[in-house]
Ligand binder design. Structure first.
Ligand code: GUN
Length: 292
């Protein structure tokens, strides 16, 4: 078994981005600028957004973190989004999800200008991705494709099983892996909570991509010998032996699956850092495409 080391790969990507930023500045340009809106104080979201800000610093981007109270009204949040849409100093921005229950995430997604939608969540971005047009592909699927590409994983004609049908990961992943590209050209099956024979289908996967948010869900008996396993899950599980009080657990039972597969992403240090690197790549692209 070989690790698909997202941490190492993302560090490489960040070095490449930092070099590009240097060149932009050497030409008299300004650093790309990413903004993030964080509503409320969910612990995991705080960590994710703080890491995104640190990543910006590491590659020489400017960043702005906008923290808003959990009680903010939907109208006020939409107003803040409109301000970012119209702010020429901001190249791209994200609104961290999940949002408090009283805010309609669809309305928020629709409000983000497609040109600044570096998360690739908007209908325009998703539609363009489905049609194979240039766009911002959402950061996690984009990061997984980049990881497969850099490890030269052969995906052509392989059976790729995607577990989970979320808008952010499972659904776009199934489209990207099936399209005529490299990586891609796989025969894709998407399974979900209503699939009756999930274990059997997973066992037939040459490439298994798991994004359902259930810790240790995929066990060795669900994995084919030699499969490539990509674990998107990252759940905080209570652990009194840790100073933080929790540990991060993937959707794949790593200890039993690792001896069966050819490649596997660790949790943490697999898909997560690749997601963060993708957001930086999208922000760099957003700046390059700016018309002002
Ligand atoms: N919450 C979990 N993952 C993400 C992400 O990639 N982007 C945003 N905006 N929120 C998230």
């Amino acid at each position: 078994m070989q690790l698909l080391d997202g941490k190492l790969t993302s560090e490489q990507i960040k070095l490449e981005i930092a070099e590009q930023v240097k060149q932009i500045k050497a030409r008299g340009g300004r650093a790309p600028h990413l903004a993030a809106i964080l509503v409320g104080n969910d612990g995991a979201s705080e960590t994710y957004v703080n890491n995104k800000v640190l990543d910006c610093k590491q590659v020489g981007f400017d960043s702005t973190l906008i923290r808003l109270p959990a009680e903010i009204s939907e109208a006020e949040l939409l107003k803040r989004i409109e301000e970012l849409n119209n702010d020429d100093a901001i190249d791209g921005f994200i609104v961290q999800v999940p949002l408090p229950k009283h805010i309609d995430e669809d309305k928020v997604t629709l409000a983000i200008a497609p040109a600044k939608d570096v998360d690739g969540f908007s209908p325009a971005s998703v539609g363009r991705m489905c049609l194979g047009m240039p766009t911002f592909v959402s950061a996690t699927p984009n990061g997984i494709m980049e990881l497969l590409r850099r490890y030269k994983i052969d995906t052509v004609g392989k059976h790729c099983v995607v577990v989970g049908r979320s808008n952010i990961v499972g659904t776009p992943m199934s489209i990207l892996m099936s399209r005529n590209s490299n990586p891609g050209n796989s025969t894709v099956t998407l399974v979900h909570s209503r699939t009756p024979n999930m274990a059997e289908i997973c066992r037939s996967a040459d490439i298994l991509i798991v994004a359902i948010g259930k810790p240790d869900f995929i066990t060795a008996d669900m994995v084919k010998d030699g499969a490539v396993v990509v674990d998107v899950g990252i759940t905080r599980v209570a652990d009194a032996s840790r100073a933080s009080g929790f540990r991060l657990v993937g959707d794949v039972h790593f200890d039993s699956v690792k001896d069966k597969c050819s490649f596997i992403t660790p949790v943490p240090g697999g898909v997560g850092p690749m997601t963060r690197a993708s957001l930086l790549q999208n922000t760099l692209k957003a700046q390059a495409q700016r018309k002002v």
